[in-house]
Design a protein around this ligand. Structure first.
Ligand code: G3P
Length: 232
């Protein structure tokens, strides 16, 4: 089973660079990444991303918190390009399940990336409101679960098993905290993993033996001690 790498990013220069990489099969963003990248106008900034990346899936998120506004945003975002996945949170900021909107958008054949998912129970609820044709990515927030001292792996095992009957559904590991998470996601059978640019560069270098690593490690310590002119 191949786990696709999507680059989690919003900086335009990096998107330009990473779009050229074969290992990168798509892009995801979120409002926090956009803000960090200095985006001022959400629409024009998103369109700049889409101008750079025309042939790989790009997930762009709604940021409204109420049904009507969220639906308007989702419908608009969907018209921006063919390769867009509209990213919709599984719940709004009040914790209300966004099932109605997920169902309606999925009914209209809009490709979705359901975000901020943490549990297999949420995966189950999502699967109940979608069809078996239109593409849906379910982003399980492994990184933030781990940050909070929670093990996301059992949630992946259950979610992947639940989604097996849905050929249109992909389970996404969001997002790595260390390069090794890529191998974990592969072993679990995740369809996609989101990875920031610096970690993609580390994954590209996978393959060193333990012997190579041990020598490299000692070399680095030696270089630094020389640079600092340490003496005892
Ligand atoms: O694509 C998911 C990602 O945006 C969340 O990652 O690293 O902010 O938890 P992170």
């Amino acid at each position: 089973m191949k786990t696709k790498i999507f680059c989690d990013i919003a900086e335009l220069d990096k998107i330009r660079r990473f779009n050229k990489k074969k290992i990168v099969k798509g892009f995801t963003t979120n409002p926090s990444l956009m803000r960090k990248a200095g985006a001022k106008d959400y629409k024009s900034y998103s369109q700049k991303i889409l101008k750079i990346c025309k042939n790989k899936p790009v997930s762009l998120e709604v940021f409204a918190d109420e049904y009507n506004e969220m639906k308007i945003q989702a419908l608009k975002i969907n018209t921006w390009a063919k390769n867009v996945y509209v990213k919709v949170p599984v719940v709004n900021s009040k914790g209300k399940f966004m099932g109605k909107i997920i169902r309606e958008l999925n009914n209209q054949k809009i490709k979705l990336n359901i975000t901020a998912v943490y549990t297999a129970m949420q995966t189950q609820k999502i699967l109940k409101v979608i069809d078996k044709k239109t593409k849906v990515i379910i982003s399980i927030f492994a990184g933030r679960a781990g940050d909070a001292g929670k093990d996301p792996v059992p949630e992946f095992i259950k979610s992947i098993s639940l989604a097996k009957r849905f050929k249109n559904v992909e389970i996404l590991w969001a997002s790595v905290r260390e390069p090794y998470n890529y191998l974990q996601a592969k072993q679990l059978g995740c369809h996609v993993i989101t990875v920031p640019p610096s970690t993609i560069e580390k994954i590209e270098k996978f393959g060193e033996t333990f012997d190579m690593l041990t020598v490299g490690t000692v070399k680095n310590f030696l270089i630094d001690s020389k640079k600092s002119k340490f003496k005892i």
